[in-house]
Ligand binder design. Structure first.
Ligand code: AOF
Ligand code: ZN
Length: 358
């Protein structure tokens, strides 16, 4: 009996430290793209002696910060890492070598790195060096943490999330949900996770402000507007505060964007035909890995983009915020184009959250 309990105890510990790795990794939410978020904890004799996370592409990896933190105590310790340690020279040297040099005894890994340059080579290198390696601890949690990175690595395409607010009578609303202005609010937290947000210019009115995350130190996404008819620069309130980032406009011909736009410093890209694939292709070339398609009522031609995204399987995730009221606004509702989709769609891996939950 005592052996079984010990085994269980060991497993619980691994999960516990791995969850801490994920918590550490999330400190850099929205800042690491195109790199993944990675956290690392060094544990010796049941005590945490070092912690670290990857703060930004180009900077050292999570393991390096944790090993620095642990110093000599890393010798014979166990290193927990939410992603397989890299075994290649990228912008930074291989983490496997750093772990070997620090003489850790064991490495516990959340998930194998889908990057083909790494993919299991990190595990092999550590084992060849005589280090005990355990793989796939809290694997689902680690995969969720880097869903955009994994998708982009496996498909070469950006991870696209559709977001909208819904009334209890099923109208897609022309407004954002709760917590737009507050740090810790749902929308504020969501926005910081994405490299770019696609907005419909029909929602860009005088009162409009670009959605920004209110989280302290949050990385603000690039704002993408898609213009099918001429839009005037006055329609676009240029972000002045540091809290808001760059704006880029996609237009279907030169005339769609007035020259003052350029003077206001707004970048424009003219495409022969407005098409979500073309926009995503551009995002990919710019190294943007995660895109939020922010849908509000008054869809305009956004309907076409949405229809395309559903019919051509361009979406990876849908975030729906149900707001506690009955909408009577005629302009809100289900876009016509979506009423005649070729086929229905079934979602998987559903999670839900109640705003009353703490
Ligand atoms: C790790 N720990 O914290 C991260 C890893 O250009 P580099 O040197 O930053 O390498 C980027 C690649 O390294 C990235 O694509 C992914 O495969 C891996 N990221 N690996 O061991 C980390 N961020
Ligand atoms: Zn590394």
């Amino acid at each position: 009996v005592s052996v079984r309990c010990e085994a269980l105890q060991g497993k619980e510990d691994d999960g516990f430290y791995m969850r801490r790795c994920v918590e550490l990794a999330r400190k850099a939410i929205g800042c690491t793209s195109p790199n993944p978020m990675v956290g690392c904890v060094i544990v010796k004799d049941g005590k945490v002696v070092g912690e670290g996370f990857h703060p930004k592409a180009g900077q050292p990896h999570g393991e390096v910060f944790a090993l620095r933190d642990a110093g000599d105590l890393a010798e014979n310790a166990t290193a927990y890492v939410s992603l397989e340690p890299c075994n290649h020279y990228g912008r930074t040297p291989p983490c496997t070598e750093a772990l070997i040099k620090a003489k850790v005894k064991k490495v516990v890994i959340g998930m194998v790195d889908p990057n083909p340059i790494v993919a299991s080579k990190g595990v092999d290198r550590l084992r060849d060096a005589g280090i005990e390696v355990t793989v796939a601890v809290e694997e689902e949690l680690c995969k969720k943490l880097n869903e955009a990175y994994i998708h982009q690595m496996l498909t070469g395409k950006p991870f696209v999330t559709l977001r909208y607010s819904l009334s209890i009578n099923g109208h897609i609303l022309d407004q954002l949900g709760e917590g737009v202005e507050e740090a810790g609010g749902y929308y504020s937290q969501l926005v910081q996770e994405y490299d770019a947000i696609i907005l419909s210019p029909t929602t860009v009115t005088e009162k409009f402000s670009f959605p920004a995350s209110q989280e302290p130190g949050a990385n603000q996404p690039l704002h993408i507007l898609i213009a099918k008819s001429p839009i005037s620069p006055n329609q676009i309130p240029i972000p002045h505060t540091e809290a808001t980032s760059k704006v880029i406009i996609f237009a279907d011909n030169e005339t769609a964007v007035e020259p003052e736009m350029v003077q206001k410093g707004i970048e424009t890209v003219v495409l022969d035909q407005i098409n979500l694939n073309a926009v995503l292709e551009y995002c990919k070339r710019q190294g943007l890995c995660s895109i939020l398609l922010d849908l509000r009522g008054n869809f305009g031609y956004f309907e076409d983009l949405l229809k395309q995204s559903l019919e051509e399987n361009l979406l990876q995730k849908v975030v729906v915020e149900v707001l506690p009221f009955w909408s009577t606004n005629e302009e809100e509702g289900l876009p016509l184009a979506l009423k005649n989709l070729r086929k229905g769609i079934r979602l998987k891996n559903i999670t839900s959250r109640n705003s009353n939950d703490s």
